[in-house]
Write a protein that binds this ligand. Structure first.
Ligand SMILES: [Zn+2]
Length: 276
């Protein structure tokens, strides 16, 4: 299968296939290349909260805004807390948290919007970025799903919110699962697997996203877990793209919280409708 996230510049991968669905969509995931950060954050760190100098991160964000031709005042940024809270972004909620972390939209791991010229942006270092689009309804979204957000089913919650608040049927939603840590590099223990089993059984999903490797050690496929939850929420399999990139394996392209022992930078997922 073709990798849906294709590099166009050194610093950014793009979800180009979605341009066939909506010509003015801009969706992608940054790489660690480009930017001005050094040390553990070399070089395109976009996280304001990770002890990199804020001057570097601000400059990296300005460079990205220029590359995307999407001004920072039109970005929406969050204080991400590994929960399942999702906020609908209107024009008056943009511009916060772009250069100052304290201004971020609090306690939020998912965004959606119906606006043009609004860029939804979240930070990652191994967690799963989930992109959503309903082109017929001019609606886009993004979610941040590490294991905690995944077992809270933030993946399915976005679909549910769109159904309830926007009257969008799940069959008209497209989703893409972006670069994140793969089962090759993601070992978890019984504590995590218990919660995975809880969400699988409450969702009546019989397929398993993990394998036992030794006593109290399992390789967990977070992308597959979220794929199963998106399917369970009613999105057609044909409408879901899945990246093959493992952020831990691809050391030259991505930061990885696991691989780098917690001291590392952040990539940014982004999605927006551009003015054409
Ligand atoms: Zn890997």
């Amino acid at each position: 299968m073709k990798e849906p996230f294709q590099m166009q510049t050194d610093a950014i991968t793009f979800l180009q296939d979605w341009n066939n669905l909506s010509p003015n969509i801009l969706a992608g995931f940054t790489t660690k290349r480009g930017g001005t950060s050094s040390g553990a954050f070399t070089s395109n760190n976009l996280g304001l909260h990770v002890n990199d100098t804020n001057l570097n991160v601000k400059e990296n964000r300005r460079l990205l805004a220029d590359l995307l031709q999407f001004p920072l005042e039109n970005w929406a940024c969050a204080e991400q807390v590994h929960e399942d809270h999702i906020v609908k972004i209107s024009k008056d909620l943009t511009g916060y948290g772009t250069l100052n972390y304290q201004d971020s939209i609090k306690g939020t791991d998912g965004f959606y919007t119906t606006e043009t010229n609004t860029l939804l942006a979240l930070c990652y270092a191994d967690c799963v970025p989930i992109y959503y689009m309903a082109p017929e309804h001019h609606t886009i979204g993004i979610a941040h799903a590490g294991w905690k957000g995944s077992v809270k089913n933030i993946a399915g919650k976005m679909v549910e919110l769109w159904k309830i608040n926007e009257s969008i049927p799940s069959t008209e939603i497209y989703a893409a699962i972006g670069p994140s840590i793969g089962p090759c590099c993601y070992m978890v223990d019984d504590r995590v697997i218990k919660e995975v089993n809880d969400i699988l059984s409450s969702s009546q999903i019989s397929n398993s996203p993990y394998e036992k490797v030794s006593h109290d050690q399992y390789s967990l496929d977070l992308k597959k877990l979220n794929l199963l939850l998106l399917l369970n929420a009613g999105i057609d399999r044909a409408n879901i793209l899945v990246s093959q990139y493992c952020t831990s394996c691809e050391k030259s392209l991505f930061f990885s919280h696991r691989r780098d022992n917690g001291k590392t930078g952040r990539m940014l997922s982004f999605i927006g409708f551009k003015n054409t």
